[in-house]
Write a protein that binds this ligand. Structure first.
Ligand SMILES: Nc1ncnc2c1ncn2[C@@H]1O[C@H](COP(=O)(O)OP(=O)(O)OP(=O)(O)O)[C@@H](O)[C@H]1O
Ligand SMILES: [Mg+2]
Ligand SMILES: [Zn+2]
Length: 539
């Protein structure tokens, strides 16, 4: 009879368990040092090795020649265990045996000494499913367990387990297994099965499986039964993700500004029972890929697509600028959120695409401001990690007002966070009359890098003047000031100034507006991105 891969390749020793060293090492040590507890609780998401480790532990504590805390897999006890003939190892699935009587039976049998083994081990899977009465019955035995008994409770939902039970168990938290670890194991299993899986295909399964080894092996199983040579194309086909022409067609409709094409296509997909939430998510995935193409110098590594699809996307990327891609992602993301809240999927998709197909980027102020906000948060995200997060938060309107440099008047509004004593408006010309050039400004910028590389880079080449309570900054472009609109960002600048001067100054611009009106703020931001070594493709 055919045995599913995930059952066939259940690890038999701790050495075979991947991605959970914090668990396997501790358990092995307990066995080596003969410090075995009476109650263990294995917590973690599905398919991460809880049941597997419980079985190995049950074997190892009883094995006649355990080596380094691992079972030998060769003695009678080990062999019986594998055949399911070990009388002293009892597995109970609490999902289907959750009554008081089920647990009472177990607790009564626990009083007898083991038949063959040193320990009688009870593995209770899905323990959170036990009834209240069953938990109470279990609690009694957990309070005074016979010396020869070990309980291993496993659960995916620890919050449903009563605190009285939790406090009597040693807790082990299983982690989601990383895509790389999963891929490594898949390659091994495929090899044992006389099949060959390409690394990118294994990695793709690893990512899709979201930490669950069982799910990954189930996908591999399907792939192997289709073809022994597994590449990314095959995986996509098995997962129903192949032939994504419709995605490219939708992107093309956006490029051509043809809402009608997009709507017809959505209608067709809808007739084919395509799930609109999934469609939206796929489209988001592909615009994320476009964003990576636009920002990362070697994007191929981060983009999991078969070669020909990748080439097509690369080709399409030439029609988009980075800000445009970000804007599209934002629109789609909003739709996705609304759909998840129960809004009509089809209407949402249609609305989004009509918007995207009609949305020519023009330079009116509002749009420009939105684009700046998006780019700003994008760069902020890049600062901590090159992988760009999707989340773009808009600035709150009141935060913007605190440092409003687009204000055409010659005055600076002092905000509350700039200091409690200053409430009225100051005249910039008056301030400038007493302004003295700050000699150690570059030192400030150098220190600022520790707080925010983005801001430091944006103010590269600027100058500053001290006048009374103010530091007036003469930056090369207005975009630099955009970054100071958030009070948290402004505080970074003020802290850096304080570290150099010993004083907490208020901030202001040296000029009411930057004279060089020809500089496109987006170009200026692109400059900042380049300073980070980020590739920016414009089109
Ligand atoms: N850490 C791991 N290393 C290697 N294989 C693993 C690991 N975790 C799970 N597997 C594979 O997945 C299968 C299922 O694992 P297991 O039954 O231990 O998961 P579980 O954590 O108990 O999941 P559930 O909560 O769904 O019961 C195993 O038979 C094995 O093939
Ligand atoms: Mg399990
Ligand atoms: Zn053994």
């Amino acid at each position: 009879m055919y045995k599913a891969l995930y059952r066939k390749y259940r690890p038999q020793t701790f050495a075979d368990v991947i991605g959970q060293p914090h668990i396997t090492v501790t358990l092995k040590n307990e066995i080596k040092n003969n410090r075995i507890g009476h109650a263990y609780l294995f917590i973690g998401s599905r398919g991460t090795g809880k049941t597997t480790c419980a079985k190995i532990f049950a074997k190892a504590v009883n094995c006649f020649n355990s080596k380094d805390g691992d079972p030998c897999c060769d003695c009678d006890i080990c062999k019986n265990m594998v055949n399911g003939e070990a009388m002293d190892i009892v597995e109970l699935d609490a999902a289907s045996n959750n009554s008081v009587n089920d647990i009472r039976e177990i607790c009564e049998s626990a009083q007898f000494t083991p038949v063959k083994c040193k320990y009688r081990v009870y593995i209770i899977d899905e323990v959170h499913m036990l009834s209240q009465g069953a938990f109470n019955a279990l609690l009694k035995t957990l309070e005074e367990p016979p010396a020869h008994v070990i309980f291993i409770l496993a659960t995916t939902e620890v919050h449903k387990v009563p605190a009285t039970i939790l406090s009597r168990c040693q807790r082990f938290e299983f982690h989601r297994i990383s895509a790389e670890d999963i891929a490594y194991r898949l390659i091994y299993v495929a090899k044992c099965e006389g099949s060959d899986i390409k690394e990118d295909a294994a990695l793709y399964i690893g990512r899709i499986a979201d930490g669950a080894m069982r799910d990954a092996l189930a996908i591999l199983d399907k792939c192997i039964s289709t073809d022994k040579n597994i590449n990314l194309e095959l995986v996509m086909k098995v997962l129903g993700l192949a032939n994504i022409d419709y995605i490219f067609d939708l992107i093309q409709a956006i490029i051509d500004s043809k809402p009608e094409d997009a709507l017809m296509l959505i209608d067709k997909l809808n007739m084919e029972s395509k799930d609109m939430v999934r469609l939206c998510n796929e489209l988001i995935g592909h615009f994320r890929n476009l964003m990576l193409i636009k920002t990362v110098s070697a994007p191929k590594k981060l983009i999991l697509l078969p070669d020909n699809d990748y080439e097509r996307l690369l080709d399409l990327s030439k029609h988009f600028s980075l800000p445009k891609v970000i804007g599209i992602l934002d629109t789609l993301q909003e739709s996705f959120e609304r759909m998840s809240k129960g809004c009509n999927g089809r209407t949402e998709m249609e609305m989004s695409l009509v918007k995207l197909c009609c949305n020519k980027v023009d330079n009116n102020n509002l749009q420009l401001e939105q684009r700046l906000d998006k780019l700003e948060s994008l760069i902020e995200n890049m600062e901590s990690t090159v992988s760009v997060k999707k989340n773009t938060k808009n600035l709150k309107e009141n935060e913007k007002k605190e440092f409003n440099l687009n204000d055409k008047s010659d005055t600076i509004k002092s905000s509350e966070s700039e200091g409690p004593t200053f409430s009225t408006q100051v005249n910039l010309e008056d301030l400038k009359k007493q302004a003295i050039k700050m000699q150690n400004w570059n030192e400030v910028l150098e220190i600022l890098k520790n707080y925010s590389k983005t801001i430091a880079m944006a103010f590269k080449g600027s100058m500053a003047y001290i006048s009374g309570d103010f530091v007036l900054i003469d930056a090369k472009n207005e975009v630099a000031f955009e970054l100071l609109r958030k009070s948290a960002q402004r505080d970074k600048m003020r802290t850096a100034i304080k570290e150099v001067t010993g004083r907490l100054y208020k901030l202001g611009p040296y000029k009411p507006t930057i004279e060089d009106k020809d500089v496109d703020p987006l170009d200026a931001l692109a400059d900042i991105a380049r300073n980070f070594g980020i590739k920016v493709n414009e089109s």
